[in-house]
Design a protein around this ligand. Structure first.
Ligand SMILES: *[C@@H]1O[C@H](CO)[C@@H](O)[C@H](O)[C@H]1NC(C)=O
Ligand SMILES: *[C@@H]1O[C@H](CO)[C@@H](O)[C@H](O)[C@H]1NC(C)=O
Length: 282
């Protein structure tokens, strides 16, 4: 892909002139990460500190332009801001930006930021722009709706169906670990976890945590006491919310744990679907 450096500089200058300190760019500086990422950090800082719609869209425009030069510079700038503003602990900042960031950058690179997409993104991520109206459009289906549909008549016999959803199994759940931590997912032993937790994680789960394996195992033992299940449906989201640490391998491990738990604890068939957490990045 050919990169039009003058366009990049122009949009950065325009954006910077309006929303950040004045700059006098020199194309040779673009060979280094420093200059471009610094400008981007200024744009993002302005957007986060003012929560102004125009500042936010300008930051996205800057991010898109710099992404065409080198996506790593955008990731590096965003990681720096996350740490600087102490939005999350440093390990979460780095893991989250480098695992989820590349997909988001690709989306931003395909967006028409100045034709409305920028405002939609800024509404979603920062609440910096007002909600944009839904644009109407025609949706074509592969075939027309059938006519004179006759719903099947029911037999009158009722059956029990077990519906499992959003299980979010955490195979690293530790009973007694901090249940009220500063990361997106608690009840795990992190390097800096306190020796004496404020709220020790209980055996079957806690509010800021995902499900310990024991919760699923014991739930399936209890179900036959209250229902005679004909079949089960599983509507996705088995992996935990450790999205700053997640890898394909870690997702496969919890999927296997969950499916083995169901095989051992359920005598009937399970009809599964995948959720957004079955993929990585989410
Ligand atoms: C992008 O930036 C990174 C980090 O600064 C650097 O290691 C890499 O070589 C750069 N890639 C290109 C294609 O310039
Ligand atoms: C399940 O079905 C059996 C046989 O009909 C019945 O004895 C039992 O009470 C049922 N259990 C529940 C929890 O409904």
């Amino acid at each position: 892909m050919r990169i039009r450096v003058p366009t990049v500089i122009l949009s950065l200058v325009v954006a910077s002139a309006v929303y950040a300190a004045p700059v006098t760019p020199n194309p040779s500086h673009l060979e280094k990460r420093g200059w471009a990422a610094d400008q981007l950090e200024k744009l993002f800082t302005k957007a986060i500190s003012t929560l102004e719609c125009g500042a936010c869209v300008a930051a996205l425009v800057g991010a898109k332009d710099i992404a065409y030069l080198n996506k790593n510079w955008v990731l590096s700038a965003v990681t720096g801001l996350c740490k600087q503003f102490k939005i999350m602990p440093e390990d979460v900042c780095t893991g989250l930006v480098y695992s989820q960031g590349p997909v988001l950058i690709n989306a931003v690179m395909q967006a028409n930021l100045l034709s409305g997409d920028g405002k939609i993104i800024c509404h979603q991520i920062l609440g910096a722009c007002p909600a944009q109206g839904v644009t109407s459009g025609a949706l074509s289906f592969p075939k027309p709706k059938p006519v004179n549909i006759q719903p099947p008549t029911h037999s009158g016999n009722l059956i029990d169906v077990l519906h499992l959803s959003d299980w979010h199994v955490d195979n690293e759940y530790v009973v007694g670990a901090e249940g009220d931590c500063n990361r997106p997912l608690c009840c795990r032993k992190y390097a800096d976890s306190p020796l004496n937790p404020k709220r020790p994680a209980s055996t079957w789960g806690d509010y800021k945590c995902d499900s310990p394996i024991k919760l699923g195992v014991d739930l399936l033992k209890f179900v036959p006491k209250v229902a005679n299940i004909s079949f089960s449906i599983l509507t996705g989201d088995v992996p935990p919310h450790d999205i700053w640490l997640q890898t394909k391998e870690s997702v496969v491990i919890v999927e296997e744990i969950a499916y083995n738990t169901m095989q051992e604890g359920l005598a009937t068939k399970v009809y599964p679907t995948v959720g957004n957490h079955e993929t990585g990045p989410v």
